[in-house]
Design a protein around this ligand. Structure first.
Ligand SMILES: [Zn+2]
Ligand SMILES: [Zn+2]
Length: 353
C-alpha cells in the first residue's frame, strides 16, 4: 500500500533552494508506459551491431590519442600488467573538448566589455572509459569499480597542480536522456578556472553555516539523517547513501563520507574501496527501481588560494525520467513526485542484486 504523503515545500539546507514535494503529480498522463515501450524498442535493436559500431571499444583505433593514464584489468597477472591490451580503464583527452588547453604559465584575466565580463575558455576535458560495453558500474566487481574511482582520483590530483585550474568536476551520464551521446560506459572530467555556479551556491551555504555555528552543515545534516533513519538507503564503514530531505528530482541519491572531508582527491585506499562498494550499490538499486537513465557527479571543494575546509565532498546521483515542466524552468522550483522517504523505502527494499 502506498503511504500518504502531503504536498509540501522543502528547503535545501545548503543551497537555500526551495523544492515542492507533490506526490499526486505522478498520476499525470505523461508517460511511463510510453517510456517503457521506447525501452523495449531499444532492447530489440541489434546489440551486436551496437558494439561493432561503438567508438569506445578500441578508442585508439578510432583516432583517439594514447591514454594519459590507464589501468589493467584487476585480474591481470603481474607480468602482463604493462601490456596495454589488458586495459580496463583509460583516460584520454576529449576529441571534442569544451575548452582550449591552457597555454603558457600565466593565467587569463577576466576582461570587461561594457557591463559584460569574459574569460578565455581554457581548461581540461577528459574522458574516462571502462572496457566493457555492457558493464555499467553496478555490474562491475568491487575491484573494477575501485579502479574507475582511482582513475578519477589520480586525474584530480594531477590537474589540481595546474596553475590556472580552480575547480574539477567528474560526471557520468548513463542513457540517452542523460545526455550521453555514446552508449559505452564513460565518465567525463572537466577542470576549469572558474567555480561552477551550482557548487558556488553550496560552497557559500557551507561557509555561511560554518561562520555562524562553527560546524560543517553537511556533518550536522548527516548526524540528523542517521538519527532519523527515514531517508537512509545504505551504509558501510566509511560512507552513507541517502535520499536528501529536499531533492531536486525523484530518487535523487547522495553518497557522503561519514567523517568530514572537503576534498575527494585526498581519499585513502581503504576508503576508496568502501566508496566503490557504495557507488556500485547505489547505482544497482536505482537501476533496479527505475530501469532508466541517470547522471552522477562528484562535488568536491575547489582549489582556491585559500583552502576550503568547511565543504563536505559527496556524490550526487540524479535519475532521469520525470520530465521537467514550466514550474521548474520558469519559477525555478523543482517539483518532486516521489517523496524521498518513499524513495528510500523502495531502494532499501529492492537490494542491489
Ligand atoms: Zn562499446
Ligand atoms: Zn562535514
Amino acid at each position: 500500500m502506498i503511504k500518504k504523503y502531503n504536498h509540501e515545500f522543502r528547503k535545501d539546507l545548503v543551497s537555500g533552494d526551495w523544492i515542492l514535494i507533490a506526490p499526486s503529480r505522478r498520476f499525470r498522463p505523461y508517460d511511463r508506459k510510453k517510456r517503457s515501450a521506447e525501452k523495449i524498442k531499444v532492447a530489440k535493436t541489434d546489440l551486436k551491431k551496437e558494439v561493432a559500431d561503438c567508438l569506445f571499444e578500441n578508442p585508439q583505433k578510432n583516432g583517439n590519442p594514447s591514454p594519459i593514464l590507464w589501468y589493467p584489468r584487476p585480474e591481470t597477472p603481474l607480468k602482463k600488467r604493462k601490456d596495454f591490451s589488458t586495459w580496463f580503464v583509460q583516460v584520454i583527452p576529449n576529441k571534442y573538448p569544451l575548452f582550449n588547453l591552457p597555454f603558457g604559465k600565466s593565467c587569463p584575466a577576466v576582461q570587461s566589455f561594457g557591463p559584460q565580463k569574459t574569460l578565455k575558455g581554457i581548461g581540461f576535458h577528459e574522458l574516462i572509459i571502462t572496457r566493457d560495453h555492457f558493464k555499467t558500474i553496478d555490474k562491475m566487481s568491487i575491484e573494477e569499480a575501485e579502479l574507475l574511482l582511482k582513475a578519477y582520483q589520480m586525474r584530480y590530483q594531477a590537474l589540481a597542480n595546474e596553475p590556472c585550474i580552480n575547480y574539477i568536476i567528474v560526471f557520468h551520464n548513463h542513457g540517452k536522456s542523460s545526455g550521453a551521446s555514446i552508449n559505452h560506459p564513460h565518465s567525463q572530467l572537466v577542470a576549469v578556472p572558474v567555480v561552477d555556479p551550482d557548487i558556488s551556491k553550496s560552497l557559500a551555504g557551507s561557509r555561511q553555516y560554518y561562520e555562524q555555528f562553527g560546524k560543517c552543515i553537511h556533518c550536522e545534516m548527516l548526524e540528523w539523517e542517521l538519527n532519523q533513519k527515514k531517508r537512509i538507503v545504505y551504509q558501510n564503514e566509511h560512507f552513507v547513501t541517502l535520499e536528501p530531505f529536499a531533492p531536486r528530482v525523484s530518487y535523487e541519491t547522495r553518497i557522503y563520507p561519514l567523517s568530514h572531508a572537503a576534498h575527494f582527491e585526498e581519499i585513502t585506499d581503504e576508503k576508496r574501496l568502501a566508496l566503490a562498494e557504495s557507488l556500485r550499490d547505489a547505482i544497482g538499486r536505482i537501476s533496479k527501481v527505475l530501469k532508466g537513465d541517470y547522471n552522477f557527479f562528484i562535488h568536491s571543494a575547489p582549489f582556491l588560494s585559500q583552502k576550503v575546509d568547511n565543504y563536505h565532498w559527496h556524490i550526487e546521483i540524479l535519475p532521469r525520467g520525470y520530465s521537467w515542466a514550466g514550474m521548474e524552468l520558469g519559477v525555478g522550483i523543482e517539483v518532486v513526485v516521489v517523496p524521498p522517504e518513499e524513495a528510500a523505502d523502495n531502494l532499501r527494499k529492492i537490494g542491489r542484486k
